[in-house]
Write a protein that binds this ligand. Structure first.
Ligand code: FAD
Length: 395
């Protein structure tokens, strides 16, 4: 069955809903259809604080029907393939959707099975993760149940969404251990495939100091390749060679390897690494001119965050509108992303930067310092701005 659509958006997550809401506000707004099989929409950034016991996971979730902008048609189906030569996508439900313009925003794929033993180990036996609504509650359970020993926090050898998240939860856990009087009995280790604590030197310096003050051990260039729940061992391989490191754990927070979704990776829209191949400033596809992409599934060489999408969406919308009117694409995305680095309860370093690590701070003070005001922004301000501003096309 073939259906004709005007602007078709794949994915009703942060990127898809924000782009749709902004498009609807344009003069001569196009007809918009969003394809997404999910009945729910999650505000994932708050999972750091859910894992740290500040909020219940329910605060992160709304019904998809509630966040769908009025006037958008929603097809509850999963896209399985793209045929950009024919301006067509296929769905699991057997539909062929034909479009004038396509916006691809299905997010990033979590590859739990890329680590041997992880699919069976996760969510029990002290192996937890903030990466998933179905998992995040167990993180806080695990931190509370920890009685001392080795607490390990991992970061994989792939791009991930929110590169700060794997360490934010570590700072919350470490503070909890201190508050509970068991810090002396705990070894806290950050075992990461990255070469340093954070990619932007200004914030890395501040984080290195915190790590030292809190007596956190680091293992850099170490990629988690296997979990052995029976012996409570985590096996890491050095990213620069074959050298192996085995750490015993009493609790472990795992950030899973991630990639472009398989149906994107295998499609003609993908670049060599699997992401939707778009121009890093205009967000237009490099080969198929009526295709655009934003968010985690795109090839944009920025930090994969909701904050980045906030700045991508206006550029993309301006360019989709211009493209439809056969005008030059003047919308320009500069790579802006932000990462509220939660370094404790009531403490945040607000990292803000653009392409090539250019610092792009909002506030007139040194944002590399831990501040309560930035924590309040993260915990209370940004969630409100998300639900009532960004998803309504207001910012
Ligand atoms: P998503 O929001 O993940 O949405 C993708 C949508 O596509 C989903 O609704 C899905 O159902 C749909 N979809 C998938 N496959 C298909 C298909 N085949 N067909 C149709 N639809 C499909 N960002 C920040 O800015 N600040 C933070 O502090 C922060 N912290 C984070 C902490 C954690 C623990 C996590 C997990 C994320 C965090 N993020 C943070 C990242 C942020 O949540 C993501 O970058 C953002 O949600 C990406 O938006 P997206 O629309 O690209 O993908």
């Amino acid at each position: 069955m073939s259906e004709q659509h005007d602007v078709l958006i794949i994915g009703g997550g942060t990127a898809g809903i924000t782009a749709a809401a902004q498009l609807l506000q344009q003069e001569a707004a196009p007809k918009i259809t969003i394809v997404d099989p999910s009945q729910t929409h999650d505000y994932q950034p708050i999972w750091t604080l859910v894992g740290g016991g500040v909020f219940p996971r329910e605060v992160s979730r709304r019904a998809m029907a509630e966040v769908m902008p009025r006037g958008v048609s929603w097809i509850r189906d999963r896209v399985t393939a793209f045929n950009p030569e024919k301006n067509e996508v296929q769905t699991e439900g057997g539909k062929q959707l034909v479009y004038n313009e396509l916006i691809v925003a299905p997010g990033i794929q979590l590859n739990w099975d890329a680590v041997k033993g992880l699919p069976d180990a996760i969510n029990k036996g002290g192996v937890c993760s903030n990466y998933g609504y179905d998992k995040v509650a167990y993180t806080w359970e695990t931190i509370q149940a920890f009685q001392g020993g080795n607490a390990v926090f991992t970061f994989p050898a792939t791009p991930i969404k929110c590169a700060g998240a794997p360490q934010k939860i570590m700072y919350l856990a470490e503070e909890t251990f201190r508050r509970r009087g068991i810090r002396e009995q705990a070894n806290v280790t950050y075992a990461s495939a990255t070469a340093s604590i954070f990619g932007i030197p200004k914030y890395a310096q501040a984080l290195d100091k915190i790590i030292e003050e809190r007596d956190i051990q680091t293992q850099f260039s170490k990629n988690l390749v296997e979990v052995r729940p029976d012996t409570r061992e985590a096996v890491f391989r050095d990213v620069n060679g074959a050298e192996e490191l085995v750490l015993e754990y009493d609790m472990m927070h795992v950030t899973p390897p991630q990639s472009a979704p398989d149906f994107v990776r295998k499609s003609p829209l993908a670049d060599g690494a699997g992401w939707v191949d778009v121009d890093k400033h205009t967000l237009q596809h490099n080969r198929y001119r009526n295709v655009f992409s934003l968010g985690d599934a795109s090839s944009l060489p920025c930090s994969k965050t909701g904050a980045a999408i906030r700045k991508q969406a206006p550029a993309l919308v301006e360019n989709v509108v211009a493209f439809r009117a056969s005008k030059p694409l003047l919308g320009h995305y500069d790579g802006y992303a932000s990462c509220p680095l939660v370094t404790g309860y009531g403490k945040v370093i607000l990292a803000e930067f653009g392409y090539d690590g250019v610092i792009m701070e909002t506030f007139p003070f040194d944002q590399a310092q831990e501040r309560y005001s930035m924590y309040a922004l993260k915990a209370y301000g940004l969630p409100n701005l998300y639900w009532h501003g960004m998803l309504q096309g207001r910012m």
